[in-house]
Structures are given as structure tokens and as C-alpha cells.
Design a protein around this ligand. Structure first.
Ligand code: CA
Length: 224
């Protein structure tokens, strides 16, 4: 999953980027409101963390412009402590949730998981598909009860597949949700990682969970 952080205070940016990377999220940073809006309009982020007081354009305007443009990405506003008006303005502008600074990182991660599962209307932090179990809270993967060790990137790809089980996903879609601007090195890196993932999750390579759809991309099959 790929997250955009729109924040101008370097200390907070460093804290967020480090923690989010440790939790296996891909992260891009925009340090003013206009840059944040531009990024949110051109990249299909999974979550946007949006500060209120930003240079060039404030967080409320960024959220409002995103919604006006039809972008449905969940937005969590980072508000000043006890600023009740900020919370209300943020939610009115189209934010999904807010978090008052300073906050505990574990709470931020819980809020992120909550907004990510909202479309499915499910309180589960475990996603199950095709005999694979993905525990988003513990960052654990099991197949038939057996634990499987995955790298952060592999976990991210599997999570994206399982959230979209049965759908055909293009290499570009996969890349856009897993790699940030700094790390992306061309679409064949997607094939390489899917190769790693298949080796770890498939029992029988003839019946891979991940089907190659020739000329398009991949599909996570729940039938194998
Ligand atoms: Ca700020």
C-alpha cells in the first residue's frame, strides 16, 4: 500500500516516513499543499495523511479539491491538538478521519488500517482469500496454518492482490500501489517480485495463486 504524506515540518515528516516504512508502506512526501494536491491527483494512493497548516494551500482546501476532482482516496487529517474546529472543518472538507498531534504511531497505524478496510465495511484485520491468511495487524502471512516469511515489498503486493482478489491488475496498477517515486525502477521489477512471491506462497507452481494474464498483468485467483 502506498501513502502520501503532505506535511511541511521536517521532524514530523521524518517520524512518519520512518514509521510507515517500518510498517511496510511505500511513502511519498509533499511539503506544501499544492504539491500534495498535484501528487494526489496523478497517483492512485491508498491513503493520504494531510496536515492542516501548509504552505501554498491549506489541508482543508487540498481535501476539498481532491473530492471535487472525484478522488476517493481515504484522507486522514493531522490536526493541532484540541483544535475542535479543525476536526469539523476537515471532515466537512471530505477527510475520512483526523488525528491530533502529537499522536502515538500505533494509533496512526490503527487509523490507517481502519480507513483502508472501510470500503469492505468489515472490522476484520485479517484478509482471507484462496487459503491464504494475511494478518494486517501482526504483518503475518499463513497458508493452511503455516507461517510464510515475506519481505515488506512482497507483503505489500500480496495485500494488494488479496484486497482485489479475482480482478485483473495491470503491472502499472501494481507498481503504482507498491513502489514510491524514489524506488520505482520500471515495470519489469513487478515481474521479478511476483516471481519471488510465487515461490513463497504457491505449493504447486502449476496452480499458482497468481495467474499471468498475457499482455495485461496478473490476477489473484481464489480458486487454486
Ligand atoms: Ca504544518
Amino acid at each position: 500500500m502506498r501513502i502520501l504524506v503532505v506535511e511541511d515540518e521536517k521532524g514530523i515528516v521524518d517520524f512518519l516516513v520512518q514509521g510507515l516504512k517500518e510498517a511496510n508502506y511505500s511513502v511519498d512526501v509533499a511539503s506544501d499543499g499544492q504539491a500534495g494536491l498535484d501528487d494526489a491527483l496523478c497517483v492512485p494512493y491508498d491513503v493520504v495523511l494531510l496536515d492542516v497548516m501548509l504552505p501554498k494551500m491549506n489541508g482543508f482546501s487540498v481535501a476539498r479539491e481532491m473530492r471535487k476532482a472525484g478522488i476517493k482516496t481515504p484522507v486522514i487529517m493531522l490536526t493541532a491538538r484540541d483544535a475542535v474546529d479543525d476536526k469539523i472543518h476537515g471532515l466537512d472538507a471530505g477527510a475520512d478521519d483526523y488525528l491530533a498531534k502529537p499522536f502515538a504511531f500505533s494509533e496512526l497505524l490503527a487509523r490507517i488500517r481502519a480507513v483502508l478496510r472501510r470500503p469492505a465495511m468489515s472490522a476484520e484485520t485479517v484478509i482471507r482469500a484462496g487459503g491464504i491468511e494475511l494478518d494486517l495487524g501482526r504483518r503475518e502471512v499463513k497458508r493452511g496454518g503455516e507461517s510464510i516469511e515475506l519481505s515488506g515489498r512482497e507483503f505489500g503486493i500480496l495485500e494488494y492482490f488479496m484486497r482485489n482478489a479475482g480482478q485483473v491488475l495491470t503491472r502499472t496498477q501494481i507498481a503504482e500501489h507498491i513502489w514510491n517515486f524514489d524506488a520505482y525502477a520500471g515495470s519489469n521489477v513487478v515481474d521479478v517480485y511476483i516471481g519471488y512471491l510465487r515461490k513463497k506462497i504457491d505449493r504447486d507452481p502449476e496452480k499458482s495463486f497468481i495467474r499471468t494474464i498475457r499482455g495485461i498483468g496478473y490476477q489473484f485467483s481464489t480458486e487454486s
